[in-house]
Design a protein around this ligand. Structure first.
Ligand SMILES: [Mg+2]
Length: 257
């Protein structure tokens, strides 16, 4: 009897916005190596909140730092774009971005480089997942183990079933001892205190620093914040068409003169 043909290992492209040296991407890549052949293409330094920016006005340099591992002096979006169109000799079957140090909930997704790397994958028609872990920014006491294990599980699932057209999934993992499971959610909305801090530099000149503390969130029981607060992993399907379809009728009634 002929031997059964060995199935080809899926190719998984991994990136992030915390930079190639971040613990989260190392844990993610190592968990995904059990699922497929992993290529890491990530920014050479932290590019958190880089959003979906693409570098067009300077050349990009790529350094191969290990086998199938490349550091790029660009944004997370640059990394996915370069990986697919330049660096990799094979087309990835899946893009996984993360594991981000800190949540990406609600409107975070429009600033997040982690989510944008997955958006770029989606634009290139590759099923894409963003993974973020709850924790306190600036502290390294993150337990990546449950997040990495879940990332491998969902990667396997998406490789098998695919994703709805033009859709990426935004996964957030709570930092709790016993994760209760996962919930499919929609984005909530967060409100901040002290959004901009005004101070004086040592020469007496004014400067500003963006970043406040969270005051409260809204969005109801089906939203991402609620799931996380209750100890569940939040999975939000996102699409890139930002059209507000429910407002089309109202705007079609406008008579702008
Ligand atoms: Mg980050």
């Amino acid at each position: 009897m002929a031997l059964q043909k060995r199935k080809k290992r899926p190719v998984i492209l991994v990136s992030n916005d915390d930079g190639i040296h971040a613990e989260g991407i190392k844990r993610l890549a190592s968990a995904l190596r059990r699922v497929g052949s992993v290529y890491v293409v990530a920014p050479d330094r932290e590019r958190s909140a880089a959003s979906h920016s693409l570098t067009l006005h300077r050349p990009l340099r790529v350094l191969e730092t290990a086998k199938q591992t490349y550091a790029v002096d660009g944004t997370p979006t640059d990394c996915i774009n370069l990986a697919v169109h330049g660096i990799l000799s094979v087309r990835p079957d899946l893009v996984v971005s993360g594991i981000n140090r800190g949540i990406n909930l609600g409107e975070d997704v429009s600033y997040s480089g982690t989510v944008s790397a997955a958006m770029e994958g989606t634009l290139l028609n590759i099923p894409s997942i963003a993974v973020s872990l709850e924790g306190e920014y600036g502290k390294e006491a993150y337990d990546y183990k449950p997040a990495a294990a879940f990332a491998a599980k969902i990667a396997r699932h998406v490789l098998k079933t695919g994703l709805p057209k033009d859709t990426l999934i935004n996964v957030n993992i709570p930092q709790v001892k016993n994760i209760k499971g996962y919930r499919i959610t929609h984005l909530g909305k967060r409100f901040f205190n002290d959004v901009v801090v005004e101070k004086l530099d040592p020469r007496g000149k004014k400067y500003y620093w963006i970043g406040g503390s969270v005051d409260r969130w809204e969005g109801g029981k089906e939203c991402d914040f609620h799931a996380m607060q209750k100890g569940y992993i939040s999975i939000t399907p996102l699409h890139l068409d930002l059209t507000n379809y429910s407002s089309l009728e109202e705007l079609n009634g406008w008579k702008v003169r």
